[in-house]
Design a protein around this ligand. Structure first.
Ligand code: ZN
Length: 126
């Protein structure tokens, strides 16, 4: 399942970020992740609910257990092969916003990017 693979890699990225955070701040290590903000490519075709559910399962017993997943869609940089106009798509509507042409060039749009983590350290109860 596509979402499970993405959730697994997202968890991997988050836990790696926590280890790096803790290595840099041994005096105030993060003990748990509160929130994970990430960006999904416009073409990733991911069901946010399914991704969150998979993530929740995989995160059990790790520092990311109970973390809130905040997903947003990354705009896709495109250029028009007909008129050369460059623009960013924010929805799956593949037409040039300048000339209306459908001869659109783009790369990527499938990835999942980790933007930020909000962590809680031992001294930082809220
Ligand atoms: Zn165009």
């Amino acid at each position: 399942m596509h979402e499970a693979t993405l959730a697994q890699s997202l968890l991997g990225m988050a836990l790696k970020a926590v280890r790096e955070h803790n290595a840099a701040r041994p005096h105030a290590p993060a003990i748990r992740i509160r929130e994970i903000r990430c960006e999904l490519g416009l073409l990733a075709c991911v069901e946010a609910q399914a991704l969150s559910a998979c993530f929740e399962l995989l995160a059990e017993g790790t520092e990311a257990e109970g973390a809130r997943l905040v997903l947003r869609t990354a705009p896709l940089d495109c250029s028009c092969r007909d008129c050369g106009y460059r623009f960013a798509l924010t929805r799956r509507h593949f037409a040039c916003s300048a000339c209306g042409g459908e001869n659109i060039h783009f790369t990527g749009g499938h990835g999942l990017t980790l933007l930020a983590l909000e962590v809680a350290s031992e001294e930082n109860h809220d």
